[in-house]
Write a new protein. Structure first.
Length: 137
């Protein structure tokens, strides 16, 4: 959602809003606002900045919305041969991507980048080691 607050342009992600309230006064919008152009510019700026990471993920379609609730953007999506989905999604950074995919457990597989696959593998191995040690009983 594009808006101004205290005279400054702002961009809000609707999926992060938990409530909204209709105000009695009407919204004020200058006549010369080109929403299509502003949205394209803001989207490009947002996706090109920072430490964002693009991930290719293969996943169970039943968990698609869970992934989209945490991803910043979906760049591509197509069905896989076995009924799963292949998505190219953007996350804030590597840590955010690892956390989001970890939440999906075996319903998702990071295909790229390799650094993310490695960190997920290392995390799973560390947990398997921790819970495989029966001497802690």
């Amino acid at each position: 959602m594009l808006a101004t607050r205290s005279g400054a342009d702002r961009t809000y992600r609707l999926s992060r809003m938990s409530a909204a309230e209709e105000l009695p006064e009407t919204a004020q919008r200058p006549n010369q606002v080109d929403l299509d152009r502003i949205w394209r510019e803001r989207s490009a700026q947002f996706l090109s900045g920072g430490d964002h990471i693009t991930v290719l993920v293969r996943m169970n379609p039943a968990r698609r919305e869970d992934l989209l609730d945490t991803a910043l953007a979906v760049r591509a999506e197509e069905p896989d041969a076995d009924g799963w989905l292949r998505l190219e999604v953007t996350f804030q950074d590597s840590r955010h991507a690892e956390w989001a995919l970890w939440q999906l457990s075996t319903d998702a597989e990071a295909l790229a980048p390799q650094s993310l696959r490695t960190s997920l593998h290392n995390r799973a191995a560390a947990i398997a080691t921790r819970y495989g040690d029966s001497s802690r009983e």
